[in-house]
Design a protein around this ligand. Structure first.
Ligand code: CP
Length: 311
């Protein structure tokens, strides 16, 4: 039995298989409509979500399976003091696979250690968000054509943004990637990440102004300043609109630069940018369904070999 706690839990070749499967799902959705017939996904969300929970649920329904779960801690027995360990032992009696989001770092890992079914980390505090990273990698691979040799700017809340932390670490396994970290001083990428980049001699720079680096980027990964992770409201208000990607700023960028965002956005991308062909964040959300379908099948041992299918 396998769980997914971090994107690094899968090797690069396993990821290749997963992405090939996701791309096949994109082209031939109907072929997968009964693969998980009779299987149940439990979505245990102790923290709010739109994309992750609903794309997991859509993924399982697309596969012919069904879904149970809760969307907030207050509607589960966590509100009565039940531990994550006990909850997952019980969920193991009801479902075949579980996607769990929790505000506490490491909670899905605790669940996995007690679980009788595969557990997928659907985001734990400011730590990791592996299925968002799988979504991001699939989007880059599908729209950029490769996961090697590009310059990526990560902009916004690089301190608390779990999607950023997961993505950087996942991209370290590919070659020729240059990182540009764009953030205010208070929201810089954590030292443990820059230390890892230094140790591996990976090229990166840290800047405050987005405009200065726009022309250099192949991919711009925007992020939201995360109100829920701030200790005081004043700091949040001061930093929340630090970056706003506008049509004018997009004029500084390469013609084929991709703009990604894990969403939800607040103000950091102006809605006028949505019509720009380089804005890929809604397509990214769609890729999230394909990759979660591929992941569910893989963890349940039901994934067909797409190369066999082509042969
Ligand atoms: N990208 C993402 O994790 O969105 P949700 O919080 O809506 O799931």
């Amino acid at each position: 039995m396998r769980h997914l706690m971090s994107p690094l839990d899968m090797s690069v070749s396993e990821l290749e298989r997963l992405f090939n499967l996701a791309n096949d799902i994109e082209k031939n959705m109907q072929d997968y409509s009964e693969v998980c017939k009779g299987k149940k996904l439990a979505t245990c969300f102790y923290e709010p979500s739109t994309r992750t929970r609903l794309s997991f649920e859509a993924a399982m329904l697309n596969l012919g399976g069904s879904v149970i779960g809760f969307s907030e801690a207050s509607s589960s027995s966590a509100a009565k003091g039940e531990s994550v360990s006990d909850t997952i032992r019980v969920i193991s009696c009801y479902a075949d696979i579980c996607a769990m989001r929790h505000p506490k770092e490491g909670a899905p890992m605790v669940a996995a250690s007690r679980s009788l079914i595969p557990v997928i980390n659907a985001g734990d505090g400011g730590h990791q968000h592996p299925t968002q990273t799988l979504t991001d990698l699939l989007t880059i691979r599908s729209l950029n054509g490769t996961l090697n040799n590009f310059t990526i700017g990560l902009c916004g809340d690089l301190k608390f943004g779990r999607t950023v932390h997961s993505l950087i670490r996942a991209l370290l396994r590919y070659t020729g990637i240059k990182f540009i970290f764009i953030s205010p001083e208070e929201l810089k990428v954590p030292d443990y990440i820059t230390q890892e980049l230094d140790d591996r001699n990976i090229e990166y720079k840290e800047v405050i102004k987005l405009d200065d680096v726009m022309p250099d980027l192949d991919i711009l990964y925007m992020t939201r300043v995360q109100k829920e992770r701030f200790f005081n409201e004043e700091d949040y208000i001061r930093l929340k609109d630090f970056y706003i990607l506008t049509k004018e700023k997009m004029e500084l960028a390469k013609e084929n630069m991709l703009v990604l965002h894990p969403l939800p956005r607040v103000n950091e991308i102006s809605v006028e940018v949505d019509d720009d062909k380089r804005a890929a964040y809604f397509r990214q959300a769609q890729y999230g369904v394909y990759v979660r379908m591929a992941l569910i099948m893989t963890l349940l041992g039901l994934a067909p070999d797409v190369l066999d299918k082509e042969a």
